[in-house]
Ligand binder design. Structure first.
Ligand SMILES: Cc1ncc(COP(=O)(O)O)c(C=O)c1O
Length: 408
């Protein structure tokens, strides 16, 4: 699925890729014209399949809040949010900040949006209310901010009340969240604020993919808190605890709502990767044995080598570390693995294409995704960089065009 601009007439706009031109199934929203032939493909049909699969696995009882923070894990928050809501299986979205929520609202996204981060300073609380976002309250100070903001609303804004907010409880993450039983004081404080409705209480499981005993203990702790809140007669419509791993592995984590990110983006086993990262050979040469490649001469040809240059680098989110020392990532060209050679530079990188048939200027290279029978997942690139797939996809640069394959 090469963007049309790279196929024939790079000097023209992308009429067939234009989001306003129906029927192509492929479009880019960030750049009206694309000339630099490196891009990320986002397959919205795969996203939909993942949501359907996730729904089947977790059952029908719990609502799904799809986490689209960090620009939808690098996939483009507006596009993935709209595609997810259109399935009818996702009813809420999660972001990390007011700004991220505002971007969705400005793009016409409706429905509940929970801000998973802690709000500070005061102005951000006011902005959250104005954009009809649902703040998380994680401390007594946070509850005071909400109370103060509620007082300062003008009469028109008062029509937006009651303001829904969720209380975050720390049961073992150690990031934000009040510990119990101190959380009870916040619950009572919020209960007294006219115009505020505490519509959710939640926690987060940081080790659901690798520590079952820890996660079970956390969930037990949270469950006891849920029981004690219910016992007071306080009506909370929504308790939640589960990210992708918790929801898939621990049925008792599902409560009233689950909050997947990674599984919906297809970065969990059994789900379909949504994003591919591709580039194109723009320069080819043969170098004799001993030739150093790139900054610092960190790589030298051990034999006569055919070297291809791709216009993508660490400024686009390809970690420089995958090209130095022991860690060496590959890219796929004509279905073959071609190692990255020499340091990844800001805008370009070099690969060894010696012996690969059918290689020329304009040949496609896959950094994440499939080529023939071969595949490189974001997890593989992450492992080469000594990190996790979350960091690879959220680290994709703003200058990488995202090309969307529409749901058919
Ligand atoms: C509070 C919270 N809930 C849910 C998620 C989604 O997690 P995952 O992408 O592992 O499903 C995150 C992501 O970091 C999070 O911070």
């Amino acid at each position: 699925m090469k963007p049309a601009a790279f196929q024939r007439r790079p000097e023209t706009a992308l009429p067939r890729d234009n989001p306003r031109s129906a029927g192509s199934g492929v479009y880019s929203v960030r750049f009206p014209r694309i000339y630099r032939p490196s891009w990320a493909e986002v397959d919205l049909s795969a996203l939909r399949s993942n949501i359907i699969r996730f729904r089947r696995k977790v059952g029908r009882r719990a609502e799904i809040l799809f986490v689209v923070k960090a620009d939808g894990y690098g996939h483009g928050a507006v596009e993935v949010a709209k595609a997810a809501l259109a399935t009818g299986l996702v009813s809420r979205l999660g972001v990390s900040s007011v700004e991220e929520g505002a971007v969705l609202r400005e793009a016409g996204v409706r429905g509940p949006i929970l801000i998973l981060g802690s709000l500070y300073p005061f102005a951000s609380t006011l902005a959250a209310i104005r954009y009809r976002l649902t703040p998380t309250v994680a401390s007594l100070e946070g509850a005071k901010l909400i109370r103060e903001a509620e007082r300062r609303l003008n009469p028109r804004e008062r029509r937006r009340l009651p303001l829904a907010c969720h209380l975050k409880i720390d049961t073992g993450m150690g990031r934000i969240g009040v510990r119990w039983p101190s959380g009870r004081a916040i619950l009572e404080a919020l209960d007294r604020v006219e115009g505020v409705s505490l519509s959710g209480v939640y926690t987060h499981c940081p080790r659901a993919e690798d520590d079952a005993a820890y996660t079970r203990a956390q969930l037990k702790r949270f469950s006891r808190i849920v029981d004690s809140i219910r016992a007071t007669g306080t009506k909370i419509p929504c308790f939640h605890a589960a990210n992708s791993a918790a929801a898939l592995r621990f049925p008792e984590s599902r409560f009233d709502l689950v909050r997947p990110g990674l599984a919906v983006y297809g970065l969990v086993d059994g789900f379909q990767p949504v994003l591919s990262l591709k580039s194109t050979i723009v320069f080819l040469k043969r170098v004799p044995k001993g030739t150093p490649i790139s900054y610092g001469g960190l790589w030298r040809a051990k034999r006569p080598t055919r070297v291809a240059t791709l216009p993508i680098g660490y400024g686009d989110g390809v970690p420089r570390v995958v090209s130095v020392g022991e860690r060496r990532a590959s890219v796929l060209i004509q279905g073959r693995r071609c190692p990255i050679i020499g340091a990844v530079t800001m805008d370009m990188l070099m690969v060894d294409v010696t012996g690969v048939r059918g290689v020329g200027i304009g040949t496609e290279a896959v950094l994440i995704g499939r080529s023939g029978k071969a595949e490189i997942g974001a997890e593989e690139l992450a492992a080469a960089a000594g990190t996790i797939s979350y960091e690879i996809v959220t680290g994709l640069g703003a200058r990488v065009p995202r090309i969307y394959r529409k749901i058919h």
